[in-house]
Design a protein around this ligand. Structure first.
Ligand SMILES: [Zn+2]
Ligand SMILES: [Zn+2]
Ligand SMILES: [Zn+2]
Length: 313
């Protein structure tokens, strides 16, 4: 944070567990942001809230492997604090995570409830030099901020849940319509619509489109990188509509910019991902945020030069 930065203490206005601070230099930057991002939400907004499986009846915070939810859907988290099992980062195609839901007898401290609680860290939105808005965990929120090397402070551990990429759930036709109208009518050059295709069994594809442009959470301010420090996983809690949750793939230091690969892959581009999906047995998923063919400024060694582009819209 530099001296001429101005602060909005919490753009989420108290709905997250931690304040989402925003730093800016010019009033016009905030005005432009508020014209686009009109409403902050904690989770995806959608009419679908049908329960689709029974809950567990654990009395031990679902720590044991006997938990009905975990034994049915898989073992994803090591604990609420340490987050995702590191093994899950290694597969190219992510598995969908299932958390305990409102039919389960267990309580909020249950080890199988994480993403449903919302943002897990104090996050700060700031102006980057080349990529517009970006997100980081600021230094002032860490314990030893008086230390000289405080910038070296690790504020996020590998596997930790950071935040969702939350917005409106829309049909594909509507996603196409909005993408055009954002460009033409609003002059919004960044498009934030996330399209997720889940391969279920051999030939079923379930597609979910999340649009955080106007109604969304802090996730919409996280930039793309070709060498990201976050990875997106789909998480289901009470509904068939998944949450798109971001987890740290490595330790992250204070003031380090957070990023994920908009194509949903680490190290391979969206075209490669499409080719390789025929090898996938089941339950794989692809994700891509639709952007115009724009140059990427992530600066990493394996930068592809362009932001991922979804040709299906
Ligand atoms: Zn359980
Ligand atoms: Zn539980
Ligand atoms: Zn459960």
């Amino acid at each position: 944070m530099s001296n001429n930065d101005k602060i909005i203490e919490d753009i989420a206005e108290g709905i997250e567990n931690y304040p989402i601070r925003l730093l800016y230099q010019e009033r016009s930057q905030v005005e432009e942001l508020k014209r686009q991002h009109i409403k902050y939400v904690k989770h995806n907004v959608s009419l679908d809230s049908d329960f689709y499986y029974d809950g567990c009846d654990c009395a031990d915070n679902c720590e044991s492997s006997e938990c009905g939810c975990k034994s049915t859907h898989g073992y994803f988290y090591t604990s609420q604090i340490s987050g995702l099992d590191p093994k899950l980062f290694q597969s190219t195609f992510n598995r969908t995570i299932y958390e305990c839901n409102s039919l389960c007898v267990c309580l909020n401290q249950c080890q199988n409830r994480l993403v449903q609680h919302g943002v897990a860290l104090p996050l700060e939105i700031f102006r980057t030099s080349l990529c517009g808005w970006g997100v980081r965990v600021p230094l002032s929120h860490t314990n030893n901020s008086k230390e000289k090397d405080a910038d070296d402070q690790i504020v996020i551990k590998k596997g930790q849940f950071v935040c969702e990429y939350a917005g409106e759930i829309i049909k594909t036709d509507e996603a196409r319509r909005r993408w055009r109208s954002y460009k033409n009518d609003y002059g919004i050059s960044d498009n934030y619509i996330l399209c997720v295709r889940e391969h279920i069994g051999k030939d079923r594809i379930l597609r979910t489109n999340i649009d955080p442009t106007r109604i969304g959470n802090v996730g919409r301010y996280i930039n793309h990188s070709c060498s990201p420090n976050l990875q997106m996983f789909l998480v289901r809690v009470n509904s068939l509509v998944p949450a798109a949750a971001l987890f740290a793939t490595r330790e992250i230091r204070a003031n380090e910019e957070l990023s994920f690969d908009y194509s949903g892959q680490i190290g391979i581009g969206i075209e490669d991902a499409k080719l390789s999906d025929s090898n996938e047995e089941d339950n794989g998923s692809e994700k891509c945020i639709v952007r115009n063919r724009k140059p990427c400024f992530c600066g990493s060694e394996n930068c592809h030069g362009y932001l991922p582009f979804d040709e299906s819209l």
